[in-house]
Design a protein around this ligand. Structure first.
Ligand code: AHR
Length: 613
């Protein structure tokens, strides 16, 4: 029985309550949201990014070609270029199975090239079956200059390759191919299907660029001269300006980040989808599995100044130093930054808080209107968490970022987590959470949990599922909300839950109370969340059948608990005493909305209680 009291006033819910957390993990940026189709376009891949990388990763050579790092380079921040011998060619393999092109669509090629004696480049789009567009000829003469050409694909292919051949010796850099059709047709733009899937969520905020990503080399040298050194810290200033001047860097998740998707593009995307931008900067204490803090005062000062400059880049007038940079990039109007996060999952709460206070003091002194978000470490509880919260509470911090990844049972059992949070303490930014899986039961557990977040909307001000994106061929972390490869993208069941909540944010909670035990027998269409109730202690047998009569799962408990028999495909295992489907691909197939096979999963659960009911 659910009792609703429409006259009572529950918490007000902010429009920004639910948002998205973008991190360049699982190749979410290059080969993902960033629409560039050429991998390693600037020949900057190196062993500092990944032990298997070379400057020619993703390229194959016919004839004579070598990656060169000398004073003939394109610029000081783009160190390596390709020296291509007369009569030679190079071919790029793109991401996943290759470069995806669609018949009739346009693709913009560009390259920085140098050929003192002059040369002709022949640029080809092809796959194993032949050409995918009419080849283009580009005449090059003299020092470094940018050249462009446009292709119209004559066939559709998922296995395209981009080849550049030269008649005479030439130097090449920034070999690029973009679909003309980017999200909102923007230059240096985003992949349309992915950006539109994120837009369809109608997120209240966009947190970026990570995650542990912001801890990349966060204590490394950051002098001007180190601007091109590898594994240097993630710094927003490295990610803006002309793309050929953005020095690429190692990514925390073990690959190269081109920074083609940089802070300007993040702010622009947030604006385009109507989301509040929420950047996170490193605090010079590394969490994410490391326990290190630096006492380098000069470095700390520099990072604090960078945070202040970031606010000016976002909000300053077009006449200010950093506002001018934003205006030059095409956005004279401010981006309306109101929140900034400092640090991510630091394991050393005292060291973190000491540095956080310095960031906060400097930001509040110059920008008192900005909310500076603090951190509570990597867990939902425990000593680090408690200590971090104590420091944040005693220090009168405005908002604290919490992260946790737990089982679906944990989410069901902790619906009341925030009921007891101090109403006068810091507000909560639940910056990362997910139940461990992309099955429907995970999505249901998260939906149940979100009702608890919403009930406590006076304390929980922002919440984002994490991570947002995963390229299925380069996965560092699962589950993820939206999956993709080079030709398609699909939302998980968890995505559908997020979409449902984000598209239906209420104004105010209407208090309600539930009593009684829901029945578990009888037909339950679509409910696959079989969990702890199905044990030998309470039941004689349990059976799940599909609408077409086939048995999916059955257990008469003759062999004790957890003897489920599964009929059909996919891989299954017993986890935490529950029978779960562990095959991510099968899970996605089972739960994808609009899947034509869905009607076949009209599931019925029949459970016979020991009492005979
Ligand atoms: O969301 C994936 C990772 O989980 C994030 O980078 C990190 O903050 C957390 O541990």
């Amino acid at each position: 029985t659910i009792t609703v009291d429409p006259a009572a006033q529950g918490a007000a819910i902010d429009d920004t309550m639910y948002g998205v957390f973008f991190e360049d993990i699982n190749r979410a940026a290059d080969g993902g949201l960033y629409a560039e189709l050429v991998q390693n376009r600037s020949f900057e891949y190196s062993t500092a990014d990944n032990a298997s990388y070379t400057p020619l990763t993703s390229w194959s050579v016919t004839g004579a070609a070598e990656a060169v790092n000398d004073s003939g380079r394109l610029n000081e921040r783009n160190r390596t270029y390709l020296s291509l011998g007369a009569g030679s060619s190079v071919t790029n393999a793109g991401y996943n199975t290759g470069i995806r092109v669609e018949q009739g669509k346009k693709y913009d090629f560009s390259v920085w090239a140098r050929a003192e004696g002059g040369t002709t480049l022949t640029v080809t789009l092809k796959d194993a079956a032949g050409t995918l567009a009419t080849a283009r000829q580009v005449a090059v003469k003299g020092g470094w200059a940018r050249y462009q050409a446009t292709f119209t694909a004559t066939r559709t292919s998922n296995r395209g390759r981009l080849a550049v051949a030269t008649t005479n010796a030439a130097a090449l850099d920034m070999v690029s191919l973009f679909p003309r059709d980017t999200y909102k047709n923007q230059p240096n733009g985003l992949r349309k299907d992915l950006a539109e899937k994120i837009e369809a969520l109608r997120p209240g905020f966009l947190r970026f660029p990570g995650g542990c990503l912001v801890n990349t080399g966060s204590m490394e040298d950051y002098s001007e001269a180190s601007g091109w050194q590898r594994e240097r810290s993630y710094q927003w200033k490295d990610t803006i300006g002309p793309v050929e001047q953005r020095a690429t860097n190692a990514n925390f998740w073990g690959y190269n980040q081109s920074y083609g998707l940089g802070y300007y593009e993040y702010f622009r995307f947030a604006e385009d989808i109507g989301a509040m931008p929420l950047p996170v900067v490193p605090a010079l204490v590394t969490g994410c599995g490391q326990n290190k803090a630096t006492d380098d005062e000069a470095l700390l000062k520099r990072h604090i100044q960078d945070a202040l400059d970031l606010i000016e880049f976002a909000n300053g007038p077009a006449t200010s130093t950093w506002g001018k940079v934003r205006a030059r990039m095409g956005h004279p109007r401010p981006f309306h930054l109101t929140h900034i996060g400092v640090g991510n999952e630091e394991n050393l709460p005292h060291e973190f808080y000491a540095r956080f206070q310095k960031f906060r003091a400097a930001i509040e002194a110059k920008y008192p209107e900005i909310t500076v978000v603090s951190n509570s470490g990597p867990d939902d509880s425990g000593t680090t968490f408690e200590t971090a919260w104590k420091l944040n509470r005693e220090g009168g911090v405005d908002m604290v970022d919490e992260h946790y990844y737990n089982s679906p049972q944990w989410f069901l059992q902790n619906n009341d987590r925030y009921d007891s949070y101090d109403r006068n303490g810091p507000k909560v930014f639940l910056g990362e959470y997910a139940s461990q899986g992309n099955a429907w039961k995970n999505a249901l557990a998260e939906a149940a949990y979100m009702t608890g977040l919403e009930r406590n909307a006076d304390v929980v001000k922002l919440a984002s599922y994490a991570p947002l994106l995963a390229n299925e061929d380069y996965v560092q972390w699962r589950p993820d909300m939206i999956w993709f490869n080079n030709r398609a993208s699909w939302g998980s069941a968890n995505y559908e839950v997020q979409k449902l909540f984000m598209n239906n944010v209420g104004d105010r909670v209407v208090p309600s109370r539930a009593t009684g035990t829901p029945s578990v027998s009888g037909p339950i269409t679509g409910a696959v969340g079989l969990s702890t109730w199905a044990t030998s202690a309470a039941y004689d047998d349990v059976k799940v059948t599909a609408g077409n009569g086939s048995t999916l799962l059955s257990d008469d408990f003759s062999g004790g608990a957890a003897q489920w028999k599964h009929v059909g495909g996919g891989s299954w295992s017993v986890q935490d005493g529950q029978y779960v489907q562990t095959d991510a691909a099968a899970e996605n197939t089972l739960v994808t909305a609009g899947d034509p096979a869905w009607k076949d999963y009209d599931l019925h659960v029949k459970a016979t209680k020991k009492s005979g009911k």
